[in-house]
Design a protein around this ligand. Structure first.
Ligand code: DON
Length: 563
């Protein structure tokens, strides 16, 4: 949060207010209660357990991250990585802890191609070549050491307990496990952990994971060294190599999280703090909101509102493919792309009543929907905030478990442009800026964000591959319009990502009239597609003292609570 906004907020008078699931603020400038929303009720409860033990939002973020790795391994875990957006209330410091995976030194783009030279998705999605060097553990250790109040062993304790005692996976877990069973079956340790006699378990199954409990204990006792060095690192490297991959001990030993300045900008009196590269999310969000800032959206009929939003989406997604990659290696015109002059230029090409054909703009892209990856949001009683999106990429990552570790590896290598111009799992393409190179971080769409106004503050984010950014855009606009987390996460969504030149819409996103009017403007509307996203939002109103937390109803076990 910028100093300016912080001061503005700190001066806000906190009235005593009660709301369902909310409570009174106890001292001026502080919420006095905490809000957590995550994709699983056990993870949300684990976060509150850590707060009750004296932890802050950052300790709780470590706890929720670790607990999700146990109860939602299809979406994220210690075999993957994440982006942790943090706001420390005491000094108004905003930081993004980048725990994104990196390409191993032995990466070789040719290995992902088939005999004809086409991208072979069996290699970029499944098994050892798909896996980048995990960042999640380094992120948890870093945050605990630099921002937390509790020892790591305390923050990891709930996850260790759940892994050891077991829990009953929900229908989403079981469905996604069944969909990946063919790949998981290829690797004996994964099959032993996740399948029953080689097939996906049915409802009622209790999933116990003593190996993961043990791995987390190693991290709790030894920090980074418990994972990236020593015996455990040997085990991981040997396992990946035996399966045909190319990890080395040096890859693990050399992994470092990066503290990055978040991307921050203003939109019509609101301050947005969001993910910077290696995520494309913040830049695309800034482009879209800058374009939209010149329209008073509330004054337009709903069709024109959708029209302008879609045109902003179309233009921002075009730039994603062309310019963005790992900020440690790739020079990106970030200031230009996120500046108002550029937005003015893009806006000038938007016609009042007519869709702009994507073919009239340079570039290329393609959509794909999915709900793996996970996002959680936390505000603690002191006003610290954490917005975390973490992932193993596709469901159950690369489908491979190294014996004795208890977790699937990611398939984040697919987020690179493994072959220039060839679409990845989300239909996204790229070029040299996002080429797979030793030590590089693949470009992400993860967009954990803070929305900060004079009175109201929100933490927002979601999984959804390339659709993350448009979901966060729509969520921010709804928040600014005064909607509460429960309304925001439930709201039907629409998406446009430049190519194909189609608006995808969830069922009931548009009325029949709106669809007709959009079609008259020249849009192709693909309606009633299945739903997407798993958005988890918390908010705090400094004026009334109300806090809210809500999990996306599209998910099965999500939970948002205020305590
Ligand atoms: O970092 C990214 O953009 C992707 N690995 C996220 C994948 C994702 O959201 C999958 N879920 N729908």
């Amino acid at each position: 949060m910028s100093k300016r906004y912080f001061v503005l907020l700190a001066l806000g008078i906190v009235a005593l207010g009660v709301h369902a699931g909310a409570a009174h603020a106890q001292s001026p400038g502080k919420p006095g209660h905490a809000a957590i929303a995550s994709a699983h009720k056990l993870a949300t409860a684990a976060g509150f357990e850590t707060l009750a033990a004296g932890g802050n939002a950052f300790d709780a973020a470590v706890t929720v991250a670790a607990a999700l790795s146990v109860v939602e391994p299809q979406s994220s875990g210690i075999g993957g990585g994440g982006l942790f957006l943090l706001h420390r209330a005491a000094d108004a410091r905003d930081v993004m802890v980048d725990a994104r995976e990196t390409a191993p030194a032995a990466v070789d783009a040719k290995k992902y191609l088939d005999a004809k030279g086409d991208l072979d998705q069996d290699k970029s999605w499944n098994g050892p070549l798909a896996a980048a060097i995990p960042g999640e553990v380094a992120g948890m250790v870093w945050i605990s050491q630099h921002y937390g109040k509790l020892p790591l062993s305390t923050s990891l304790a709930p996850a260790i307990r759940i892994a050891r005692d077991g829990f009953q996976p929900d229908s989403r877990f079981l469905r996604e496990l069944a969909s990946r069973a063919d790949v998981i079956r290829r690797y004996p340790a994964g099959a032993a952990l996740l399948l029953e006699n080689g097939t996906a378990p049915k409802a009622g199954w209790t999933f116990k994971n003593p190996d993961l409990a043990h791995t987390l204990e190693l991290v709790a006792a030894n920090g980074d060294d418990g994972f990236y060095r020593g015996e455990f690192a040997h085990r991981l490297v040997d396992g990946v190599k035996a399966a045909g991959g190319g990890w080395s001990l040096q890859d693990l030993d050399g992994y470092r999280v990066k503290e990055r300045e978040p991307l921050a900008f203003d939109y019509r009196g609101w301050h947005i703090v969001t993910a910077s590269p290696p995520s494309s999310g913040g830049i695309a969000l800034a482009e879209m909101l800058n374009i939209l800032s010149a329209y008073d959206l509330a004054k337009y009929d709903s069709t024109h509102r959708i029209h302008f939003i879609v045109e902003a989406m179309r233009r921002a997604y075009r730039d994603r493919a062309e310019y963005l990659g790992d900020p440690d290696y790739v020079k990106m015109p970030i200031e230009r792309l996120t500046g108002m002059k550029y937005a003015d230029k893009l806006r000038a090409s938007i016609q009042a009543d007519k869709a702009t054909p994507s073919s009239s703009l340079p570039g290329y892209l393609n959509p794909h929907e999915s709900t793996h990856t996970t996002h959680f949001s936390i505000i603690d009683a002191d006003g610290n905030m954490a917005g975390v999106t973490q992932t193993v990429n596709l469901p159950f990552g690369n489908g491979m478990v190294v014996a004795g570790t208890g977790f699937v590896l990611n398939n984040e290598m697919d987020d690179f442009a493994l072959k220039a111009g060839a679409p990845n799992a989300f239909g996204l393409v790229g070029n040299d800026a996002n080429a797979p190179k030793a030590g590089h971080r693949p470009l992400s769409s993860m967009t954990p964000s803070f929305v900060i106004g004079a009175d109201r503050v929100g933490v927002i984010g979601t999984p959804g591959g390339s659709r993350i950014i448009t979901m966060v855009l729509e969520g921010i606009l709804s928040f600014i319009d005064g909607e509460l987390p429960a309304q925001i996460v439930a709201k039907p969504r629409f998406h446009h990502q430049y190519l194909p030149d189609v608006i995808s819409a969830e069922p009931h996103a548009f009325s029949a009239d709106e669809t007709r009017s959009l079609e008259k403007m020249g849009y192709v509307v693909n309606e009633g597609e299945r739903t997407w996203g798993f958005m988890n939002v918390v908010s705090w109103d400094r004026k009334t003292g109300e806090m809210h937390a809500a999990a996306d109803p599209r998910g099965t076990s999500g939970s948002g609570e205020v305590k």
